[in-house]
Design a protein around this ligand. Structure first.
Ligand SMILES: Cc1cc2nc3c(=O)[nH]c(=O)nc-3n(C[C@H](O)[C@H](O)[C@H](O)COP(=O)(O)OP(=O)(O)OC[C@H]3O[C@@H](n4cnc5c(N)ncnc54)[C@H](O)[C@@H]3O)c2cc1C
Length: 417
């Protein structure tokens, strides 16, 4: 079923009785050409682009819970292309371009809103670092504007500019940055993949990976064994556990990151704002809730919930930057499991097992990467060659030390930022 304004109108007249499910619920087949482990944003977009760009059909996405129940539906929804280092720059630039055409492409309203992102800076040294970053963004063909203090005040008059500890010197403005509705992205890719024949199998946990003579042959699941010529591990925070099923130890630590939402308010924050000294970022959802987050909980864990010390830390940072939010009531908070790589940059690569691929290490930033990650992993699986914009996301950089991309502010060494 194609979605359109006309369809909404006619369905409204008929009491919304004619909508069909957005994707099928097939039983797993005994064998597929390609099995993707993990029905998050990255797994679903990989399946979509395998079918759409490479014409492949016999594909299954195996999800242990429900589609969108992982980090893709738990994040603070920030979408941007303001990375500094070669490797990350071209990849996130490509991703933002895919975002810009995504709703038309998927025929799905993912509520992508390019409301502009402002990263604040609070010292001369930080201004220099942001000026360099802005130049790198412009050189990549993306947009960046260095604002002075008065420039920031025009956009964000509600900030506390006079706070003495971290006075606001200015900000790096990225007008094409913004937000999207996180779970709609998962649903949009799921529907697009399903329409192209991909089987999306929920409540199907992978419990083992079958390997014979150095080649992958299939997976064991809670719904029985499934043979496969190629298998991709796209399990985000659970990547380490899934890779262990193939006898691999990944350079990944799993940490909790929390998010918070207030009661619905009238429009007050019309950008995405991040605090340069307090690890705090905020936007306002279309329903009116202030959506914000901060740093990782300072210990490794597989529990998808956070603890109170980080709650206090995030609230303090928010109150320092914009004391007005102290009057809002926090309604909900939750946690997701981050797959933190040592250099803060991702991995999209083949493994030492023939036919087995890995996609992980998305850290805090994997939501904005969803389109390009699937695009590039699909390219790798279909052609066995890395896509040019993801060519540096190699697994062996952690073994050799060559090609590390230490993107400050995203790595697992949160205490060193
Ligand atoms: C609080 C929070 C805020 C964030 N904010 C942002 C942000 O503002 N911007 C940004 O770009 N990124 C952000 N992120 C990061 C981003 O959400 C993640 O990097 C990204 O969603 C991870 O990829 P995914 O969508 O594929 O993960 P997931 O949705 O977690 O998908 C992985 C899936 O694998 C499944 N799985 C695991 N093990 C198995 C198994 N054995 N068998 C079958 N299935 C399995 C899981 O159930 C899960 O559904 C944030 C994350 C969190 C938690």
């Amino acid at each position: 079923m194609r979605y359109s304004g006309f369809r909404v109108f006619t369905q409204g007249l008929r009491g919304n009785t004619g909508w069909t499910p957005a994707w099928r619920k097939p039983a797993p087949k005994p064998a597929y050409d390609i099995v993707i482990i993990g029905g998050g944003g990255h797994g679903l977009s990989t399946a979509y682009y395998l079918a759409k760009n490479h014409g492949l059909k016999n594909i299954a996405v195996l999800e242990k819970g429900y589609l969108g129940g992982g980090n893709v539906g738990r994040n603070t929804t920030i979408v941007r292309a303001n990375y500094f280092l070669p490797g990350n720059q071209e990849f996130y630039s490509h991703s933002l371009k895919l975002w810009e055409g995504l709703e038309g492409e998927l025929n799905y309203n993912v509520m992508h809103s390019q409301r502009g992102l402002i990263n604040l800076f609070h010292s001369d040294g930080q201004r220099d670092a942001f000026a360099r970053r802005g130049n790198a963004m412009l050189a990549q063909g993306d947009d960046a504007i260095l604002l002075d203090r008065e420039g920031v005040r025009k956009h964000l008059p509600y900030l506390d500019f006079e706070q003495t500890r971290f006075p606001i010197y200015g900000g790096l403005y990225h007008p094409r940055g913004g937000t999207a509705r996180h779970d709609a992205v998962a649903w949009g890719y799921a529907r697009g993949a399903d329409r192209r024949g991909v089987d999306l199998i929920e409540n199907c946990e992978v419990t083992g990976i079958d390997i014979q003579n150095g080649k992958v042959t299939g997976v064991q699941t809670t719904r029985g064994p499934i043979r496969a010529k190629k298998v991709a591990m796209v399990a985000a925070g659970r990547s380490g556990q899934v890779a262990a099923m193939a006898g691999m130890r990944l350079p990944i630590e799993s940490h909790i990151l929390q998010a918070f939402v207030t009661e619905g308010l009238k429009p007050v924050i019309d950008h995405v704002v991040s605090f340069g000294m307090g690890h705090f970022y905020i936007s306002q959802s279309d329903k009116g809730g202030l959506v914000f987050g901060g740093d990782l909980d300072f210990y490794a864990s597989y529990a998808a919930r956070g603890n109170l010390p980080m709650v206090e830390h995030v609230m303090e940072a928010g109150m320092t930057l914009m004391p007005m939010i102290g009057r809002a009531k926090v309604l909900r908070s939750w946690g997701g499991i981050m797959d933190m790589s040592p250099d803060g940059s991702p991995i999209i690569d083949k493994t030492g097992v023939e036919g087995l691929y890995v996609n992980c290490g998305w850290n805090y930033g994997g939501f904005k990467a969803v389109p390009a990650s699937g695009y590039c992993l699909a390219h790798l699986i279909a052609t066995d060659q890395p896509h040019p914009v993801a060519a540096r996301f190699r697994l062996d950089r952690f073994r050799t030390g060559r090609g590390l991309m230490d993107e400050e502010g995203t790595g697992s060494q949160h205490n060193l930022h």
